[in-house]
Design a protein around this ligand. Structure first.
Ligand SMILES: *Cc1c(COP(=O)(O)O)cnc(C)c1O
Length: 366
């Protein structure tokens, strides 16, 4: 079986975790601070605030904007459920812009058409490792005075015209076990806004600035040194990890080109794709339906994933929720029905990639 993701660590990770265990400081301490300093470099921001997971990083990013009931956040309908849950948890109303087929991310023209007096933030999701079309999104935000919260959970180190994911306003990252960088569970908020960074640090720690000085009703959003230790050696290797993923994606694209009904993922002009997922799309002219293709891949020993089977609000729990404003999203609906992700991770051998290519060609070729 070639797995869709694989997690493995070396002696450096073991050593760093061991040092934390022996130090006696296992909760948030100096290793979390080191992680924050180093991750700020990856996002190209002045500040980075570590939290306990990616969902929390989204929730906290919305909470520091001090939204009022009824205030709206425009986001993508083609995302992991955490994006929507975070908006609801923070008490905001979720609005959905349709996506583009070429990058799977929100379409700026559609975002513009949804802006109302209630809109307070745009939350693009940089899906699969490639950033949304940020120039027009930043323009809309500027024109209407909206905050930008980038759900960059899948896009550590991705770039758009030389600017890093997480550097447009508030950036939100996840370090869940399957992400490009991992602490098991973990999250990070990045920003160049010193005042917001300060608010986030207070919010993360029970709303407390100095001991027993509570400024706001906060929470415990803290990451631990034990978790942060695991990621430091990965940061040292991260450029190499991205290059490996890029090489794997390029080989897959080369080997899978020219199959009827199969659309391959592309790194768009001016962007650095970090290939969290390699996601192909089948259209109606393909030899197999998406679901039949997934089943056949499984039988052939090739792990694959459907991220995500439906648009995010298309579940009873959300369709009946007054804080979820649904809309027609024909592109996202079609893309969700036809997409499947193939392995692209760093533990793939050349032989694995050849096997994936040969199997897909056998299943979908003429
Ligand atoms: C993983 C992920 C999250 C949530 O991160 P957790 O660390 O699992 O809470 C949010 N948004 C997207 C797009 C994700 O892929």
């Amino acid at each position: 079986m070639i797995p869709i993701t694989a997690v493995s660590f070396g002696p450096e990770e073991e050593q760093r975790v061991l040092e934390v265990i022996r130090s006696g400081i296992i909760a948030q301490g100096p290793v979390v601070a080191e992680f924050e300093r180093r991750f700020a470099e990856i996002a190209g921001t002045e500040h980075a605030i570590a939290v306990n997971n990616g969902t929390t990083s989204l929730i906290a990013s919305i909470q520091v904007l001090d939204l009022k009931p009824g205030d709206e956040v425009i986001t993508s309908p083609f995302t992991f459920v955490a994006t929507l849950n975070a908006i609801l948890e923070a008490g905001a109303t979720a609005v959905f812009a349709d996506i583009r087929e070429d990058d799977f991310n929100i379409d700026p023209a559609n975002v513009r058409s949804l802006v109302t007096e209630r809109t307070k933030a745009i939350m693009p999701v940089h899906l699969y490792g490639q950033m949304a079309d940020m120039d027009p999104i930043a323009e809309i935000a500027e024109e209407f005075g909206l905050a930008i919260i980038e759900d960059s959970a899948q896009s550590h180190g991705a770039e758009y015209r030389g600017r890093r994911a997480g550097s447009y306003g508030l950036g939100s990252f996840s370090f869940y076990a399957t992400k490009n960088l991992t602490t098991g569970e973990g999250g990070m908020i990045t920003t160049n806004d010193a005042a917001l960074a300060d608010k986030l640090r207070v919010l993360r720690n029970q709303g407390m600035r100095a001991r027993y000085q509570y400024e706001v009703a906060g929470n415990n959003y803290r990451l631990t040194d034990l978790q942060a230790a695991l990621v430091l050696p990965q940061l040292d290797r991260y450029d190499g990890i991205v290059e490996q993923r890029q090489r794997n994606a390029a080989k897959l694209n080369e080997g899978l080109t020219g199959i009827r009904g199969l659309h391959l993922p592309q790194q768009l002009e001016g962007r650095r794709h970090v290939w969290h997922q390699y996601t192909v799309r089948l259209d109606d002219t393909a030899k197999l339906s998406r679901d039949a293709f997934v089943e056949a891949l499984g039988e052939a020993g090739i792990g694959c994933g459907i991220y995500y089977p439906k648009v995010v609000f298309d579940y009873d729990a959300y369709l009946t929720n007054p804080l979820v404003k649904t809309s027609e999203v024909p592109v996202a609906t079609r893309v969700a029905a036809g997409s499947v992700s193939l392995p692209v991770h760093v533990h793939l051998s050349d032989e694995d990639i050849e096997t994936i290519i040969a199997t897909v060609r056998r299943l979908l070729g003429e």
